[in-house]
Write a protein that binds this ligand. Structure first.
Ligand SMILES: [Fe+2]
Length: 542
């Protein structure tokens, strides 16, 4: 019988997270932490036998692609409800037949990390599609497909952008559709990947496990596991690396650093414990490169074309919401990002040499009259001004902000004051400092279809807004070249997600910003899919 001690003695250093290679060659990212949980779990003595009968029920996933590393993820389920340590082998190859391996390793997972497995595979070739798989005993995971980021001269980047997947509202047809778009470099998820609600509370098409609101570590783990039993969700993870940030529902509705309106300390315990449980389960179950202290802000370089900066406007530093007429709103010390993250963010923008700077974040940045909402950047006007000041000082254009959270589609210019003709001309876009692209929900609902009749009036009242759709589910396809950044909104027909049969999303509109312009114009032609996309990973294990 192989014991944990035998395995530790035999394989040594490859048990650390980041099983191949040392350190981190990309200065844009902090070095990955060594993950003590995977190798030193005090509850399992070194001579404990290894479980060898497991299943891979939750698929595979990859994420946080750098030019030389990518996170690989899976989860094992011991058969017969047994508990113990499980040894898992992983392999990464440039070809589907795994004839030669680019990297491989073996590690142990235990209940201490809910049997999840996370590898930061390193020393990989840039701009490469790679296939990966896991095995344990006789069990094999499905094969996953991932892609590293480019270095140097880069002609094109194609990303899908999504947010807000309330499982209770319906089926993840859009995830399946993105799994079939084989020419993407990555999928960016802006949060609300899970929802914390009980069954039949917010949506009633599909039930949740656990059926109650999630509060404890065990609850959050079960909810993540429930999501990853969804075949469409597993499909998108299987075919593309995902770059994720959380929003409020990975914790609780409208959460902030110190609490959430729906969190009841009397019955649900201390917020810090609930938050810690949510963060821990997220890091266990999501293909994200982990950093200390629960920070998730980080950046990704796609050659000389795009720097993608991902922010946490939700949990890291945001204070509690205040009413819209509160004088606290104007307090310049009121911060959405916190000083440390804000400094890092502005430095990332000002030092970026990439053609485009894309900012992935949670909440609406530009104003949307008359919907003043203190849950968005509206509640932090001085933080918004500091961001626009930074762009102004940089004298650089080519900044696009990606937003989720509100389950509706919007395209807008970001001038200092869109309602003041002295600094913004809506006819030419002059005065705009950046653009904002807001992605609708995968399943989470916007407004009823009748609201679309009000869109023309909203656009008239908001001269910086170019496009709006308040009722349809969809995603943004982002196609970036040196000349222009083009965003295309794909939408599902009403009534699609409630039915198991899948209907395709269709292209509603495209808006682009030309290099050097900092404002939006309507796209003349849809972007063209890339030819010769690498083969899909097969759904079933070989
Ligand atoms: Fe949401």
């Amino acid at each position: 019988m192989i014991t944990r001690r035998d395995l530790l003695a035999g394989v040594g250093a490859s048990f650390a997270l980041g099983a191949v290679g040392e350190g981190c060659s990309d200065p844009a990212s902090p070095p990955p932490p060594t993950d003590a949980d995977q190798s030193t779990d005090a509850s399992f003595p070194d001579d404990a036998p290894l479980l060898d009968a497991v299943d891979f029920l939750h698929g595979v996933a990859s994420g946080d692609p750098l030019s030389d590393r990518v996170i690989l993820w899976t989860r094992v389920t011991p058969r017969g409800g047994r508990s113990g340590a499980v040894s898992v082998r992983w392999e990464l190859s440039a070809s589907l037949d795994f004839a030669t391996l680019v990297a491989s390793g073996e590690l142990i997972t235990t209940p201490a990390r809910d049997y999840t497995v996370k590898v930061d595979a390193s020393a990989l070739p840039p701009a490469s599609t790679l296939y990966y798989r896991f095995s344990s005993g006789a069990a094999r995971s499905p094969v996953g497909r991932t892609r590293t980021a480019a270095v140097g001269a880069t002609e094109r980047l194609r990303l899908a952008v999504v947010s807000c997947s309330s499982l209770a509202h319906g089926y993840f047809h859009l995830y399946r559709e993105l799994a079939e778009r084989l020419d993407l470099d990555a999928v960016v998820h802006l949060g609300d990947y899970i929802y914390e609600y009980p069954s039949n509370y917010y949506g009633s098409v599909r039930p949740y496990d656990p059926p109650t609101e999630i509060v404890s570590l065990s609850d959050y783990r079960r909810r993540h596991a429930w999501y990853k039993r969804d075949a469409d969700l597993r499909a998108v993870h299987q075919q593309h690396p995902m770059i994720v940030i959380w929003d409020d529902h990975e914790f609780a509705n409208n959460a902030s650093v110190g609490g959430a309106p729906a969190h009841m300390p009397m019955t649900e315990g201390a917020w810090r414990d609930r938050k810690a449980a949510a963060i821990r389960a997220y890091f266990e179950w999501m293909p994200i490169r982990e950093q200390p202290d629960g920070r998730i802000w980080r950046r990704f370089a796609f050659g000389d074309l795009v720097d993608l900066v991902m922010l946490d406007t939700r949990i890291w530093a945001r204070p509690e919401q205040v009413p819209g007429d509160s004088p606290a709103i104007r307090d310049p010390r009121r911060t959405l990002l916190g000083d440390e993250q804000e400094r890092w963010f502005f430095e990332a923008l000002t030092t970026s040499a990439a053609r485009w700077k894309i900012v992935g974040q949670q909440v609406r940045m530009g104003p949307l009259h008359p919907k003043f909402n203190t849950d968005t950047w509206d509640g932090f006007p001085s933080a918004r001004e500091r961001f626009l000041d930074t762009l102004d000082r940089m004298r650089t254009s080519n900044v696009a902000v990606l937003t989720g959270d509100i389950h509706t589609s919007w395209a807008m210019d970001l001038p200092r004051d869109p309602f003041d003709r002295r600094n913004y001309d809506p006819r030419t876009g002059e005065g705009s400092l950046a653009v904002e692209l807001i992605v609708p929900g995968v399943t989470s609902p916007g407004h009823p279809p009748e609201v679309e009749a009000e869109i023309p009036g909203i656009l008239r009242d908001n001269p910086h807004m170019r496009y709006g759709n308040a009722s349809q589910r969809g995603y943004i396809l982002l196609d970036v070249t040196a000349e222009r950044l083009q965003a295309e909104w794909f939408h599902l027909p009403h009534g699609s997600i409630e039915r198991r049969e899948r209907r395709p999303a269709t292209l509603s509109t495209g808006w682009l910003t030309r290099s050097g312009s900092s404002h939006l114009t309507q796209a003349g032609t849809p972007s063209v899919p890339r030819e010769g996309a690498p083969a899909a990973a097969p759904w079933e294990p070989a």
